[in-house]
Design a binder for this molecule. Structure first.
Ligand SMILES: O=C(O)c1ccccc1N[C@@H]1O[C@H](COP(=O)(O)O)[C@@H](O)[C@H]1O
Length: 230
């Protein structure tokens, strides 16, 4: 079971999050979009990436800009293991996937799908042929994108998507130590993702990972995945 933890801002925080059990570290590299307090300067993205490589952890970069050229420039410059598209006005298509392969051949593509109603199944099936991962998330806010809501959604739709697509599905949206077990049992995903419920929030959008909560989230996810044979 892959445990993906967002939004890492500091180098030391990234190291502690990996030591607490994260398989994927999610970051918002500086771009035109997303919560300003979450954006990480590119020199620090490189430093965090170096620490990820040492530990075999994947660096996931979320794209909240709606400009595919800006996304491809960032992928080319930073060569992440995974590029996560989650803008509120752009969805990856086949041409984007092909261009990404040329500019960053080792980078896998993750597309966020907003699970607001049953039409999410068709939206997931549409991107399935050319993405490596589909991330199922809640909430859509202008200028930030799909996710970061701290809210859950109808997991029966996620479970249907897991059965219908070939891409690896990451369940997201309001997951934390309190509900990750139930989510895994119902959705049976490839991985789980957490931001709000494993972070300490301060004023002005500032936050940091709550390491004991990250550890608890990862331990529960691994234990329940083993129990249900995932
Ligand atoms: O990480 C962010 O800063 C972010 C900003 C805007 C949209 C999405 C963002 N992150 C993604 O949202 C999920 C779920 O968040 P939560 O657990 O419901 O708070 C997060 O893990 C990222 O995948």
């Amino acid at each position: 079971m892959i445990k993906q933890l967002y939004s890492i801002i500091q180098l030391n925080e990234a190291i502690k999050t990996m030591e607490a059990g994260a398989d994927n570290i999610g970051l918002v590299p500086v771009q035109r979009g997303g919560v300003p307090a979450h954006r990480v300067p590119l020199y620090r993205v490189d430093q965090i990436h170096e620490e990820c490589r040492k530990r075999g952890v994947k660096m996931v970069l979320i794209m909240l800009t709606n400009d595919p050229e800006e996304m491809l420039d960032l992928a080319h410059r930073l060569q992440p293991e995974i590029l996560h598209i989650a803008g509120d006005g752009y969805t990856a298509d086949e041409e984007f996937a092909q261009r990404l392969k040329k500019l960053a051949p080792k980078t896998e593509l993750m597309q966020a799908v907003l699970v607001d109603n049953h039409s999410a199944v068709d939206r997931a099936k549409k991107v399935d042929p050319f993405v490596d991962y589909i991330l199922l998330d809640s909430g859509l806010a202008a200028d930030t994108g799909i996710g970061a809501s701290g809210q859950t959604h109808d997991w029966s739709i996620d479970a249907e998507i897991v059965r219908e697509v070939d891409a690896k599905v990451i369940a997201a949206g309001g997951l934390g130590p309190d509900n990750v077990a139930e989510a895994i049992r119902e959705i049976r995903p490839y991985g789980v993702d957490s931001l709000t419920k494993t972070s300490i929030k301060y004023d002005h959008g500032n936050m940091e990972k709550d390491i004991p909560k990250v550890k608890e989230f990862c331990e529960i996810a691994d234990r329940v995945a083993t129990e249900v044979g995932l």
